[in-house]
Structure formats: structure tokens, C-alpha cells
Design a protein around this ligand. Structure first.
Ligand code: C2E
Ligand code: MG
Ligand code: MG
Ligand code: MG
Length: 284
């Protein structure tokens, strides 16, 4: 009896796996055409200076509107795109689109673009970035490339070479999702980062959980010691922002300051110079 139950469970498991594999293949197939079919869109999320509340730039975040499924989360489709190499074509579109958009903004505003491991390890990537900067006229120092630690570990020496070449173009490099990857501390020493982005999971409840607070404080100390600005991701409440102000975190990003939205939502910044202060937020 145990044996047949076991077999049944296995069959159920196998069937479920089959569905998941099929699902992935379908999405993978649709992803190959998504850019050409105009299904990809960028939304932008403001990044603010904690002290003044001023908007200093935006992070571009990818949205895929699937013709039948509606919006598919990047957390789901980016890993599939990475496995199938479709990420190279998609990532190129993101870079062109984000830089083209940012080139029209007032000078001080920067644009942060997420870049995947596959792109970092592609031999064309540095040349592509160079070409896009020239073509769009975006000043290199206004472009920030966000990479996660997992993008670096498969071939660290190659990744280091690429990051150095990118820096030679004049752009900046941020370590994304800090605290969630592997061996964060040695990565900070080995790679030429310009900024640390603390993962949102550490920012959530930082005002009420002593352990979380201790971790965030120590990352801020790390940033100070290394001379790197720290940006806190996923700030949702005034209490969380209050903690970051008190601990002198440099920059913040999260639903509290603004949800990722079509750029048209932010014309007061991208077409003008209205500072984004805490008072503005209360009035909004
Ligand atoms: P990420 O780069 O760490 O981006 C931050 C994520 O946190 C975004 O999710 C953003 O919408 C979300 N977020 C921002 N503020 C808050 C907040 O206050 N609370 C909460 N709960 N979430 C907040 P999103 O847009 O779903 O993107 C997920 C991940 O997908 C990104 O994480 C990034 O790793 C990847 N991704 C997005 N766009 C691209 C892209 O163009 N290229 C690549 N390679 N990856 C991308
Ligand atoms: Mg990011
Ligand atoms: Mg992140
Ligand atoms: Mg992430």
C-alpha cells in the first residue's frame, strides 16, 4: 500500500512538474517576441535623498503585458529570460529605452538600470553601453547600472573586468539587493561599487525590530567606512523613513516616496525642477 501511495505521489509530483515545465516553455517562447510585439514597458520609481527629500533619480523597472495573461511579474519572467538568453535582447531594449528617456530629463537626475548576470558576461555588453550613451547623448555619470551579487559569482574575474570597463566609460555601479546574496563583504572589497542598495526585506519593520535595526545600522556603518553611499530599498512607512533619517542613511526608494509608474506621472521632476520634500508628500 505504501508503495502504491508513493507511486501516486510521485505521479502527482511528475504531473505538476510537467505543468510547470510547460508553463515555463510557453512563457519562454512568448518572451522571444515580447519586445518586437511592443509588450514591454518601463515604469520608473523615484530615488530620493533622505536628508532633503529631493528626488535625485529614477530606477527603471520592466513590465511585461502578456496578451492573454496580463501583467507578468519580472520576478517570474526575468529568471526565465535569463535561462533562455532572451534577456540579452530584452536587456538591450531596456538600456536603450531608459537612456533615451533619461537624456531628456534635467541634468541632475540619474537613471538606474538593472542588469542581469547574462548581460554582464556577454562580450558585447560594454560596447553596447558605450554605443547607447553616444547615441542617446546621456552623460555617462547619469547612468547607474544595478547588479546583484549573484551576477558576479559565476565568473568573478570576468565580471570584475567588465565592471572596470563600464567604470572607464564613466558610469556608476550599484550593488542591488545587498544582504540577500553570497559573501557580501568580500564582494564589496573586490568589485568597484559606487553604491550599496540595502534589500527591502531589511528595511521592512526596521523601526520596530531590533535585530533588523542592528543589521541596517551596520550596513550604514559599512558604507561610511568604505566611503560608499547607501540606498534603502522598499521604504513603505513614515516610521521606516524616520529611522533612516535618524541613522543618516543617504538615499531611499519605496512606495512611500513613489510607486513604480509610467514616467508621465513624474513630469514635475522630469520637465521641471520642483523639489520633492516631505511637505510636498503630505500635500499630495
Ligand atoms: P529590484 O531591482 O531590487 O527592484 C526593486 C523591486 O522592489 C521592484 O519590484 C519594485 O517595484 C519593488 N518595490 C519598490 N518599492 C517597494 C516598496 O516600498 N515595497 C515593496 N514591497 N516593494 C517595492 P519589481 O518591479 O517587481 O522587480 C522585481 C525585480 O525584477 C527587480 O528587483 C529586479 O531584480 C528585476 N528587474 C526588474 N526590471 C528589470 C530589468 O529591466 N532588467 C533586469 N535584469 N531585471 C529587472
Ligand atoms: Mg534594482
Ligand atoms: Mg533590489
Ligand atoms: Mg531584487
Amino acid at each position: 500500500r505504501a508503495k502504491s501511495e508513493g507511486r501516486g505521489t510521485y505521479r502527482f509530483f511528475e504531473a505538476k512538474m510537467g505543468v510547470e515545465v510547460r508553463e515555463r516553455r510557453l512563457l519562454e517562447h512568448d518572451l522571444r517576441h515580447a519586445v518586437a510585439r511592443g509588450e514591454m514597458q518601463l515604469v520608473y520609481q523615484p530615488q530620493t535623498e533622505v536628508g532633503s527629500g529631493a528626488v535625485i533619480g529614477f530606477e527603471a523597472l520592466l513590465r511585461w503585458k502578456h496578451p492573454e495573461r496580463g501583467y507578468v511579474s519580472p520576478a517570474l519572467f526575468i529568471p526565465i529570460a535569463e535561462e533562455s538568453d532572451a534577456i540579452l535582447q530584452i536587456g538591450e531594449w531596456v538600456l536603450r529605452e531608459a537612456c533615451r528617456e533619461a537624456a531628456s530629463w534635467p541634468q541632475p537626475l540619474s537613471i538606474a538600470v538593472n542588469v542581469s548576470a547574462v548581460q554582464i558576461h556577454s562580450s558585447h555588453f560594454v560596447g553596447l553601453v558605450h554605443e547607447v550613451l553616444l547615441k542617446t547623448g546621456l552623460a555617462p555619470h547619469r547612468l547607474e547600472v544595478e547588479v546583484t551579487e549573484t551576477a558576479l559569482i559565476s565568473d568573478p574575474s570576468r565580471a570584475l573586468l567588465t565592471l572596470r570597463q563600464l567604470k572607464a566609460l564613466g558610469l556608476r555601479i550599484a550593488m542591488d539587493d545587498f544582504g540577500t546574496g553570497y559573501s557580501s563583504l568580500s564582494n564589496l572589497r573586490s568589485f568597484p561599487f559606487d553604491k550599496i542598495k540595502i534589500d527591502g526585506s531589511f528595511v521592512r519593520s526596521v523601526d520596530s525590530n531590533e535585530q533588523t535595526a542592528a543589521i541596517v545600522r551596520s550596513v550604514l556603518g559599512l558604507g561610511r567606512g568604505l566611503g560608499l553611499p547607501v540606498l534603502a530599498e522598499g521604504v513603505e512607512t513614515d516610521a521606516e523613513l524616520g529611522f533612516l533619517i535618524a541613522e543618516q542613511c543617504h538615499e531611499a526608494q519605496g512606495y512611500l516616496m513613489g510607486r513604480p509608474s509610467p514616467i508621465g506621472q513624474f513630469t514635475q521632476y522630469t520637465h521641471g525642477t520642483i523639489p520633492f520634500t516631505a511637505d510636498d508628500r503630505k500635500r499630495a
